[in-house]
Design a protein around this ligand. Structure first.
Ligand SMILES: NC(=O)c1ccc[n+]([C@@H]2O[C@H](COP(=O)([O-])OP(=O)(O)OC[C@H]3O[C@@H](n4cnc5c(N)ncnc54)[C@H](OP(=O)(O)O)[C@@H]3O)[C@@H](O)[C@H]2O)c1
Length: 314
């Protein structure tokens, strides 16, 4: 039987890359079409070497998406907020993805989305500032608002709510840093609330579980996480993994928002949303369910054991 082709956006990145590797490792009923803007990049060539069909596509070029989706069974859709910081751009990209998915008659799309936080924190709720004029958490809200494009287009879609990547401790500058007392600390504005986290690689593996389950999950919203941990629990895990003390430095969101790196206000609001709506946010991201999609789902301890040497330490 012909294998079902999954067209994967962000194939050379974290989420899409995990999905490509999951399909290529399994080779059971599915094959990968990896979408990239640059066929000649080292990551694209590596995917081709592993057996992926690699084709050119740009989320800002609807025709290229339609070409890349044609003949596929399904697609993994993801946007790249941190490349431009614009929810409007994300929404235009998702609208183009949904149109292309419909035109290509895809039978299953997994869309990597997040909550529109304005449903919980309306713009006139002053607990956190409104950003870019009409958002509370811009990199969440645009994704949540975009869910409607797939619904309106009538595309069979699974709305995949992702979680904080533990890889942010490597790449996003969130790893342990020395405080004035000389102790290593991770700094988060979460108080004593739990933060759902996941190895970025596991998002794609869970998405593969979604495609394998097929129609059972179309039209559904599902959340995934590797573990739900407080800042103190993550600091204790760092201490165990690194063999030196790491403490948790809890700061108020209003302080986090002033940290000055690009997107600090967006992330300050995001963490505050996760803190203030912990019961909802953790409730829809069940690690047990995530493990049913991806039996290899990593715990934070496992992720740290495999990645601690990649975390930059002062
Ligand atoms: N960091 C977190 O904790 C976290 C958690 C949940 C959700 N997210 C969300 O995850 C999303 C990013 O996903 P990711 O981390 O998997 O991305 P990533 O690792 O940054 O992947 C970027 C890849 O996307 C491709 N890309 C970028 N712009 C493109 C375009 N215009 N057209 C086609 N491909 C393009 C690039 O591939 P080529 O160069 O090969 O074209 C690149 O390799 C963001 O929207 C973010 O909000 C992040």
């Amino acid at each position: 039987m012909a294998k079902k082709i999954i067209a994967v956006l962000g194939a050379t990145g974290a989420q899409g890359g995990g999905l490509c590797r999951a399909i290529l490792d399994d080779r059971d009923g599915f094959s990968v079409r990896a979408l990239t803007r640059d066929l000649k990049s080292a990551k694209a060539e590596e995917l081709a070497r592993l057996g992926a069909e690699v084709v050119e596509a740009d989320v800002d070029d609807e025709k290229s998406l339609e070409r890349a989706f044609t003949g596929a069974y399904g697609a993994f859709c993801v946007t790249f907020f941190w490349a431009h910081f614009s929810p409007e751009k994300e929404m235009a990209e998702v609208a183009a993805m949904a149109k292309a998915a419909k035109a290509a008659n895809l039978q299953h799309v997994a869309w990597s989305t997040l909550e529109d936080t304005r449903k919980w924190v309306p713009l006139d709720d002053n607990r956190m500032p409104t950003l870019q004029g009409k958002y509370k958490v811009p990199h969440f809200d645009g994704k949540g608002e975009s869910n409607q494009y797939f619904r309106d287009a009538g595309v069979p879609t699974t709305f995949l709510l992702t979680s904080f990547y533990w890889d942010n401790f490597i790449y996003f500058g969130m790893g342990p840093k020395k405080g004035p007392d000389g102790k290593l600390a991770i700094t988060l504005p979460m108080g004593n609330k739990k933060l759902p986290g996941i190895a970025a690689e596991d998002i794609g593996k869970c998405a593969y579980g979604v495609f394998k389950a097929g129609p059972d999950f179309t039209g559904k919203t599902i959340g995934i996480a590797g573990e739900l941990l407080t800042g103190a629990q993550m600091a204790a895990a760092f201490t165990r993994a690194l063999g030196r003390e790491v403490v948790y430095n809890s700061v108020p969101p209003e302080v986090y928002r002033t940290f000055g790196f690009p997107g600090a206000d967006d992330l300050g609001n995001m963490f505050q949303f996760k803190r203030d709506f912990e019961e909802y946010f953790c409730g829809v991201r069940d690690p047990k369910f995530s493990r049913s999609l991806n039996p290899e789902l990593q715990s934070f301890d496992q992720w740290l054991a495999a990645n601690k040497s990649r975390i930059p330490l002062e």
